[in-house]
Write a protein that binds this ligand. Sequence first.
Ligand code: AMP
Length: 418
Amino acid sequence: MISRIKGTQDFLDLSFYNFIIDQAKDHFGAYHFDEISTPILEPVELFQRSLGEHTDVITKEMFIIQEHAERSEAICLRPEATASTMRAFVENGVQVTPWKVFSHGSMFRYERPQKGRYREFHQINIEIIGAQSVSHDVHLITMLERFFAEKLHLDTFALAINYLGCANDRPAYREKLYAFLTSKKAEGICENCQVRREKNIMRVFDCKNPKCQEIYLKAPKIIEHMCQTCNQEWQSLQDQLQLLSVSFVVRTNLVRGLDYYNKTVFEFVSNDLGAQNAFCGGGRYDSLAKEIGAKQDCPSIGAAIGIERLMLLLENKKAQLSIAQPKALHVVMPMGAAQHTLALMIADTLLAAGLCTDVLLEQDSVKSMMRQANRMGAAYTLVIGDSEQQEKTVTIKNMITGTQETIKQIELVNYLKR
Ligand code: AMP
């Protein structure tokens, strides 16, 4: 037995997954976002430059594909989609901004698998590239909130927001944080945080260790060390969200895992998810364009929804969602090999008329074929034996009522479509 790779999944029924994607297409489409798709394979350098050399994704979690001798660049399976979307924007010379796009697909991170955490997982990514005003942040967050609350009827979630200041605010703040983390007040932070302090200081806030978190309650907060513009924008973000009736909590230790974020960051979380409680996260990334080689900065904001976690959250609510029921199934049953061609021709006619149709081509008794059709969830079975073939008829059985009648083949489509 060859098993699937650890941290990956087989989806044997995609109806729920597709329902979420369809709802997303409908909702984000209504907000005038276009669907795009970027490659799963990307240069490693794209993420090294954008996510930051010292982020967990880069140092521990990348799936790097063996380099081919004749190829100089290292290739990886994408760990996220924002850098790819920005690359696509720059590389294709998109001129119209704001560029409002969304995409969905597999992402790959070498993490320790657990409930809601996989090595291959799926995201819906939404980006507004070329979006200077903080009102874009409000618009995006509101759109997401409406998606979860109104489109998917989720009611057990919270929105956490924070503001990370701009590039000018960071150096002075980092110094203050460093002074705190090397002071007596921060004695006892874990080894990991001691490394983060030296390499990627703001990531200390991401630590899951309760002792560290208690210490960080007293740490200087970035929102208390921002320039006037950032202060105004931060206030405006909160005011506008309130006016639009989007509930939120301010979480001053929310920094998010990837280095490219600045200013607004946010997460949608739910206690129903356990340890991996975030099902959507995002923020502003004003300098990403330049980091990946664009000539100019291009202020932007985006978010990623974790589809598996959303599915976990919605699992108990499926009944309330209008997930499309499969179409009524018609099962054609030739009684012997002599009726196979006729069965295929009849199936072809039904399919051309838009009727969902399957054909049983194994040599079985009527009884076992009926049992199989039942297992398949057939609405009607269409038996074709010698006599039906000769008389150009079909014996139709309604699998719900059990009633049966024989009709002319030529009347079949009209009969089934009545
Ligand atoms: P990120 O790209 O890290 O900002 O994550 C955005 C969202 O993707 C998270 O809120 C999760 O819902 C989801 N996500 C991230 N990593 C994983 C993973 N390893 N397995 C499943 N979902 C994930």
